[in-house]
Design a protein around this ligand. Sequence first.
Ligand code: FES
Length: 88
Amino acid sequence: MSQFDIQFTFNGETISAISGQSVGAALLAAKQRTLRKTRFNQKGRGVFCGIGVCFDCLVVIDGASNQRACITEVISGMKVQTQVGTNA
Ligand code: FES
């Protein structure tokens, strides 16, 4: 029996997650390493500190940019997208 009990999307792809996981943890478990791209040169960034300090994990959640994936609890039906630079 699967431990996953909710689903959300990341860039349109359906991701399964466990209630209580952070968005960042669920994406890492799904082998998604690049959560945002830098303003210059679009270099990939992802979970680094994992505790809400470094801001490397910024994503767009349900249209709201600058959300830290590592400290945001995943909710069923969320639409998460890669963030480019500091805005959506
Ligand atoms: S990984 Fe550092 S703030 Fe999210």
